[in-house]
Design a protein. Structure first.
Length: 373
């Protein structure tokens, strides 16, 4: 039976694009349904500031009028400016377990990217390195933490049979409060580092949210610039993301490291709301949103999404100070399990930091790419 690929952009087709996931994951109990409202906002090219420097083309795959897959091709001008390359991206990939369907989808994305002048196709990016990124290749027996992807294991074969190769692996580390407490060395390193550097750590002041956001902007684009594939967030993008996350933030878990004159480090830790989202089945309304407030105290996990220091304060043991502070503050609100993710496989400083905190690498994600000339 033939496969037809349809480019889409209407709101009704985008809803089909999003809802088709329920078919793919009906037999995968660890999948966490995304909130449809959030995904519609993400893909709104008129409102999401990402699309001021990017373009997207979404495709649906049909067989006998039934949707059997989806993909998006993405042109990210800010990435190309930052890295001076001709890399185009694909993302939002979903497919039934059928190589013909997968090939047709990837062909559609490749053709679109070729027409835009790219010579390499990389992904999955949903839609960028600053959003859900990469594909799960190890650790399928556990649900994803908040804002991390999940996919069927057979996607690995679909990608590799098509000719996509590993570009980079990303790691997730499980951090257990009890294990950290067993290591006196960690707490000694953290204490010495704080005293030697004459810095302090504090939580977020929600009353001065806009001022705090300016501090985030300063640290984020300065601290992460050396990382592979990094693309700076524009001020508008940070404002947009912050507005989305603000209702979910626990100010005691959003940390700033400061000396007398400047902010030198930042850590964003969120309770793992996926434990609540899983029950919502993609919908906030009419009453699901109430669960965000009534059940948030029962969340057993947190995710360390961002933890970084400006270059002048790196390699001084201060990352351990951040980790210890996070662990203590999370425990104070009843959270004793954490995930540090994602960490580039060759980011030796962060890998050592996670291992120093007795973190166990329990999931692995992969970015694929291939030449497309």
């Amino acid at each position: 039976m033939s496969i037809s690929i349809k480019p889409i952009d209407s709101k009704s087709d985008i809803k089909k694009f999003l809802k088709m996931q329920w078919k793919i994951y009906e037999n995968y109990p660890n999948w966490v349904p995304p909130l449809l409202y959030d995904k519609l906002k993400l893909l709104d090219t008129k409102k999401n500031p990402f699309f001021k420097h990017a373009q997207i083309q979404m495709f649906l795959a049909y067989r006998d009028n039934e949707i059997v897959g989806r993909i998006a091709a993405i042109k990210n001008d800010l990435h190309n400016k930052e890295h001076n390359d001709k890399v185009g991206f694909f993302g939002f990939f979903e497919s039934i377990n059928d190589q013909t369907v997968a090939n047709s989808l990837l062909d559609a994305a490749k053709k679109w990217l070729l027409e835009k002048g790219f010579d390499v196709m990389r992904g999955p990016a949903n839609p960028s390195v600053n959003d859900e990124y990469a594909m799960l290749v190890d650790g399928f027996d556990d649900p994803p933490r908040m804002l991390m992807p999940y996919n069927p294991p057979y996607y690995i074969k679909l990608f590799e049979n098509y000719g996509l190769k590993k570009a980079k692996d990303l790691y997730a580390y499980k951090i257990i409060n009890e294990e950290i407490k067993k290591s006196e060395k960690i707490f000694r390193i953290a204490d010495i580092a704080l005293r030697r550097s004459n810095v302090t750590i504090r939580g977020m002041n929600m009353k001065n949210f806009n001022e705090e956001l300016e501090r985030v902007k300063y640290v984020y684009n300065k601290a992460w610039a050396p990382n592979w594939g990094f693309v700076p967030l524009t001020d508008e993008e940070i404002d947009y993301l912050a507005a989305d996350l603000k209702p979910l933030v626990d100010p005691n878990l959003v940390l700033f490291m400061e000396n007398e004159k400047e902010t030198v480090g930042f850590a964003l830790v969120l309770p793992d709301y996926n434990f609540i989202f899983k029950e919502m089945n993609g919908r906030l309304l009419p009453f699901n949103f109430i669960k965000l407030f009534t059940k948030r105290k029962n969340i057993p996990w947190a995710r360390i999404i961002i933890l970084g220091l400006i270059p002048e304060y790196q390699k001084k043991g201060l990352d351990a100070s951040f980790y210890v502070e996070v662990v203590n503050r999370a425990a104070a609100r009843g959270i004793f399990l954490g995930e540090a993710s994602w960490i580039l496989e060759d980011n030796n400083m962060m890998v050592r930091g996670a291992e120093t905190m007795k973190g166990v690498r329990y999931k692995k994600y992969r970015i694929y790419q291939m030449p497309i000339l």
